[in-house]
Design a protein around this ligand. Structure first.
Ligand code: UDP
Length: 237
């Protein structure tokens, strides 16, 4: 096993919180995720989390249905705050100190995003959950993850997904599909591989932040990944 990380950013998609449901939040799934985060925080690894909202609302879908895109994106960002607060609640019930910081001010329920304050929370071993994406429409929470990782000097972005890494073709269609253990940013961008959106990949590339894609549904994987085990696919230089 490699050396554990010191400060990491974990990107949880909304879908990850949905489990096998079609919509919304599965409390059991959130609890499982929180349990694993609670174990890792004991190891003195500083953890920031960015949550998505695909389980509730995606701007692009709203826009396809005729909504104004920016308005739809703001709804998507607000939806991420529900996920952030749900994860916060679960972690706090396990005794893990947390802070939610939102990029759209909602001071009754969360702190505003303040970079230096977020770093201070991390230093005090609090899990910082970033809600409301980047605060800007036309972006994604993947890009937010890359941005916040750069801002807080995270060593790595963990992208927790429903697959165990990046393949050269769809493993559900092609039984001979091969999983990449490592990939370069350039290869991902040139071949339009669906690791994260291209803005997120470019930001990680410019700031030399590796991305590890791993399967969240395997019990213990969050701990394995954050403790430095090479599971899934690593995208880097
Ligand atoms: N969003 C946005 N700006 C951001 C982050 C998110 O406008 O900086 C909106 C966008 O509409 C997106 C939605 O919030 O569809 C939910 O985020 P995302 O689709 O990235 O969630 P995930 O796929 O991770 O569940």
């Amino acid at each position: 096993m490699d050396k554990p990380y010191k400060r990491v950013l974990l990107k949880l998609s909304g879908e990850a919180l949905m489990g096998d449901m079609d919509y919304g939040i599965d409390p059991n799934v959130v609890e499982t995720i929180a349990t694993e985060i609670a174990e890792v925080i004991k190891e003195d690894i500083e953890i920031a989390v960015v949550v998505g909202a695909g389980n509730i609302f995606r701007g692009i879908k709203g826009s396809a249905a005729g909504m104004d895109r920016a308005t739809a994106d703001y709804i998507g960002m607000i939806a991420t705050v529900m996920n952030a607060m749900t994860l916060q609640d679960s972690l706090e019930r396990m005794g893990v100190p947390t802070r939610v910081q939102t990029a759209i001010a909602m001071q009754e329920v969360a702190e505003p995003y303040i970079r230096r304050r977020a770093i201070r929370h991390l230093e005090k071993n609090r899990v910082v959950i970033f809600g409301a994406g980047s605060g800007n429409p036309f972006f994604t929470t993947d890009t937010t993850a890359a941005l916040r990782a750069a801002e807080i000097n995270a060593e790595v972005v963990f992208k927790a997904t429903k697959v165990d890494g990046v393949y050269d073709s769809d493993p559900k269609i092609n039984p001979n599909a091969k999983r990449f253990r490592t990939l370069t940013y350039g290869y991902v961008l040139q071949n339009d591989l669906k690791v994260m959106d291209s803005t997120a990949i470019a930001l990680c590339k410019d700031n030399n932040i590796p991305i590890m894609v791993f399967d969240l549904s395997v019990p213990g994987n969050i701990k394995r990944a954050l403790m430095g085990e090479s599971i899934g696919t690593i995208v880097g230089e």
